[in-house]
Design a binder for this molecule. Sequence first.
Ligand code: NI
Length: 156
Amino acid sequence: MGIRKILTDKDPALHKVCRPVENFDRKLHKLLDDMAETLEEANGVGLAAPQVGILRRVVIVDTGEEILELVNPTLLETSGEQVGAEGCLSVPGKYGLVKRPNVAKVRAQDRNGDWYEVEGEELIARCFCHELDHLDGIVYTQVMDRYLTDEELEEY
Ligand code: NI
C-alpha cells in the first residue's frame, strides 16, 4: 500500500490516451489499492490512473458506500442532463461549470478481469464521465463552460 503523487494538468501524462489493461496481476491490484489510499487521503470522489502517472485504463470511484474499481471501462448509455460544479484533484482549488448526463451506465472489468455493469446517477454519473474522460487525455477544463467564481460556487 502507498500513497501516490497526484499530477496536475500541466503534466503531459494527463493529456495522453491510456492503453487497455491486459494483465490482471498483482501489479494491477497494487495500483488499485494505492489509488484507493491516495483518493481517500485527497478526500476526492474519483481518481484515474493517469493522474498518478500510469497510462492505463483504470479508474476508481468512491460512491460513499464502496470503492468501485473500473478497469477498461466504457460508457454503455447515458440519459438526462445536469449542469453543475465540477472539480478535479489535478486542478486544485478550481471549479468549473460542466454539463453532463444525469444517468450513466458503465461496463468495466473488476480487478480479476470479470466484466460487470454499474449505473450511476447525479454525482456518480458526473464522476463516471469525468474519470472516463481522463483515460482519453481529457481534463474537465477542456469540456467545461467556464470556471466558477467563489460566489457561484457557494450556490452549487
Ligand atoms: Ni479529474
